[in-house]
Design a protein around this ligand. Structure first.
Ligand SMILES: C[S@@+](CC[C@H](N)C(=O)[O-])C[C@H]1O[C@@H](n2cnc3c(N)ncnc32)[C@H](O)[C@@H]1O
Length: 353
């Protein structure tokens, strides 16, 4: 398969042709391209699409479009980012589908019954990747109870052993939680129910309406488990603007599932964690990144360096396997690395046991 290399600075027309040729059509229309490609070729396509999304295509210049119209470099970039994002979305099997609501089930444990969340996903438009629920978020949602027991124990109240059979533990009321890049909201909504916690879910303006819808839709389930959820806009590029509207200005736990896909993201995410996490040794930031390819590995490495230079230590980390969202459903599995970060500071007296 011949895909243009971004290193050779291909023109707008060359990139446009390549992106158009990669369109995945429903099987009923014509033979789907994903059926024809081997898994190695699919991985090459994913890398190509990711490299366009992550690039600023700075070599593009104002020129004439295919229809004879003048297109500025910015318009060309927007069209190409939009197409690349659509191609990515198509490989998630979503683009041709109308709005859907999917039910995500968190299996029962010894302490909690099975919990189901209904999450709406509108049809994907443009590069609004937050309108889809990504594989990382489901893997992390299922691990939240385990994270609470093993790594966030100091933020939980002691269990009420006076009631026979009551071994469930709730997070301390002072433990406010912030989710960054929440998308459709699965992780934050699940955290509120599983940890009996108050979670504020945030994302970009374009994502906020659907996020709010999902928060409202699942609020009753969350409150059955004692939790509370709310949502709002937090654009990592304008954190001060968001902070003025928040009821809590600082948080004890920050969650971020699959937040890195652009060159700017590591610095933005590191900065937002620095700004919104309490300045004590008890607060924690849980960041989960699927290692899709060299681009995501390098973004993850960049975030790690920035966190360390901001004075954070890795409290714990681990790996899970998730289905790669950038591939078709029978595509390769991906290693998902989660890290729980803490500040290199003494604990706050209120949490000392
Ligand atoms: C790959 S999606 C993951 C969404 C969700 N956490 C999940 O796992 O399903 C990345 C998310 O980061 C959000 N995002 C990207 N840039 C952002 C920014 N500057 N400020 C806030 N959120 C941003 C996107 O809108 C999107 O919801």
């Amino acid at each position: 398969m011949n895909l243009p290399s971004l290193r050779k600075r291909p023109t707008y027309g060359v990139l446009l042709n390549a992106l158009q040729a990669l369109e995945v059509q429903p099987n009923s229309w014509s033979k789907s391209i994903t059926v024809e490609l081997s898994s190695t070729e699919q991985a090459t396509v994913q890398r190509f699409l990711m490299s366009i999304i992550a690039s600023d295509l700075e070599w593009l210049q104002d020129s004439t479009g295919l229809g004879g119209e003048i297109l500025t470099a910015l318009e060309q970039k927007e069209l190409l980012f939009d197409l690349a994002s659509r191609r990515v979305a198509e490989r998630c099997g979503r683009s041709a589908m109308p709005e859907m609501t999917r039910t995500w089930t968190i299996p029962a444990s010894s302490m909690l019954p099975e919990i189901k969340f209904d999450i709406r996903e509108p049809p994907l438009t443009g590069d609004n990747l937050g309108l889809k629920t990504w594989g990382t978020s489901y893997v992390i949602a299922k691990k939240l109870e385990n994270f609470g027991i093993h790594y966030l124990d100091h933020l939980f109240a002691k269990s009420d052993t006076s009631t026979p059979g009551n071994c469930r533990r709730s997070i301390l009321h002072s433990t406010k939680i912030l989710e960054l890049g929440a998308g459709t909201g699965l992780v934050g909504i699940a955290a509120a129910a599983i940890w009996d916690a108050d979670v504020y879910l945030t994302d970009l303006q374009d994502i906020a309406e659907n996020l709010h819808f999902n928060v409202e839709k699942n609020a009753a389930t969350v409150s059955e488990f004692g939790g509370h959820i709310s949502s709002g806009v937090l654009d990592w590029r304008e954190p001060d603007k968001a902070q003025t509207k928040m009821s809590s200005k600082k948080f004890s736990i920050i969650l971020a599932a699959d937040p890195l896909y652009d060159d700017d993201h590591p610095a933005l995410v590191a900065n937002v964690i620095q700004k919104f996490l309490y300045d004590d040794g008890d607060s924690r930031a849980l960041v989960a990144i699927p290692m899709r390819d060299g681009t995501t590995r390098s973004l993850a490495g960049h975030l790690r360096k920035l966190m360390v230079s901001n004075g954070f230590l890795e409290d714990s980390s681990g790996e899970e396997i998730c289905q790669d969202d950038w591939a078709p459903s029978d595509g390769p599995e991906v290693r998902l690395r989660w890290t729980i970060w803490k500040r290199d500071l003494p604990p706050h007296p209120k949490y000392e046991k």
